[in-house]
Design a protein around this ligand. Structure first.
Ligand SMILES: C[S@@+](CC[C@H](N)C(=O)[O-])C[C@H]1O[C@@H](n2cnc3c(N)ncnc32)[C@H](O)[C@@H]1O
Length: 296
């Protein structure tokens, strides 16, 4: 059964546009883990493994995933009749005080779907919905139901990555997508990730390298290449992606030349990263029918 769907969330640093490139490098696995899940675009783009674990330190995000998994109809009911407007965005951002986990998920979902790039760090959470490029509220229920189906049986937690990597069972496959090394990610995320955290991650991955396979995606820089010089493979990768802006944002001149180290061409950007693996990752998918035939 094809279980490929899109993430329910818009997510800064999300890997939606790189999903094809990443899937090509993923080995066959029984247990799948994302310690830095964010919008989990890779989990949603691939078929489900037997065991699945999504983790992110952001409790609001993981609470929203949990409510979608366990109470989709209650969430849909609370969002029923909502319109995507600046007024409602401002209401959810500044006035609405959630009283329980369901209400927290309502606020999180509404703001994520209607904010620029889905940025949920409240200092940078601005109206960014456009009828032409955003999912319309009338389509939210279908998206929530599909997401809920895919999340059934998936373990959802909000720990620091450290506990997840230490507790990961042997022979799992981990897709590891930490915040960038060189960009100021504190603008996007609710928890900052400092140089010490990058070093901590490198150390714990090296220590656990014999236990399971992993693919790490990072910005391409000397420090990271040095930190992972012991890894088996490092591939440079590039892909194109677009960011749509509302008329307000265009007027305010946010079409800069460089955003987070990536070149901007109008609203088209180039993602440029490295994929680091501790296993031979090339041809994971190409070893299928046509390739095998050539060797018969
Ligand atoms: C680049 S994003 C992941 C994007 C995701 N792969 C996607 O496709 O949407 C990095 C994530 O790491 C999370 N994070 C930051 N510090 C963390 C920590 N110490 N432990 C676990 N997650 C953390 C952030 O909240 C953010 O969601």
């Amino acid at each position: 059964m094809n279980q490929t769907i899109n993430s329910p969330f818009r997510y800064a640093g999300g890997k939606f546009y790189a999903r094809k490139l990443i899937l090509e490098h993923i080995p066959i696995h029984i247990s799948y883990i994302e310690p830095f899940a964010g919008g989990a675009s890779i989990f949603f783009a691939k078929n489900k493994a037997e065991k699945n674990w999504l983790n992110d330190i952001d409790e609001g995000l993981m609470n929203c995933f949990t409510i979608i998994r366990d109470y989709p109809e209650e969430l849909i009911k609370k969002l029923d009749g909502e319109k995507a407007t600046k007024e409602r965005h401002s209401f959810y951002k500044n006035i609405f005080k959630p009283k329980n986990k369901l209400e927290k998920a309502v606020r999180w979902f509404y703001l994520n779907r209607t904010s620029y790039s889905g940025i949920m760090n409240m200092q940078n959470c601005f109206w960014g919905y456009g009828d032409k490029f955003s999912m319309r509220p009338e389509n939210w229920p279908r998206n929530i139901r599909n997401t809920s189906k895919k999340l059934q049986g998936v373990m959802l937690t909000s720990y620091d990555f450290d506990s997840v990597i230490n507790k990961a069972e042997d022979s799992s496959f981990l897709f590891i997508d930490p915040p960038y090394f060189n960009a100021d990610q504190s603008k996007f995320y609710t928890h900052s990730f400092k140089k010490d955290d990058h070093l901590r991650l490198g150390k714990i991955l090296k220590e656990n390298s014999h236990r399971f396979k992993y693919l790490i995606t990072y910005d391409d820089c000397e420090e990271i290449r040095d930190m992972y010089s012991w890894a088996l493979e490092i591939h440079s990768k590039q892909w194109n992606y677009t960011i749509n802006r509302t008329d307000d944002q265009k007027k305010n001149g946010k079409n800069g030349k460089k955003v987070n180290g990536m070149k901007v061409k109008g609203s088209r950007y180039k993602g440029k990263e490295i994929f680091i693996t501790n296993y031979p990752s090339v041809f994971q998918r190409t070893l299928s029918f046509p390739f095998q035939q050539a060797f018969q």
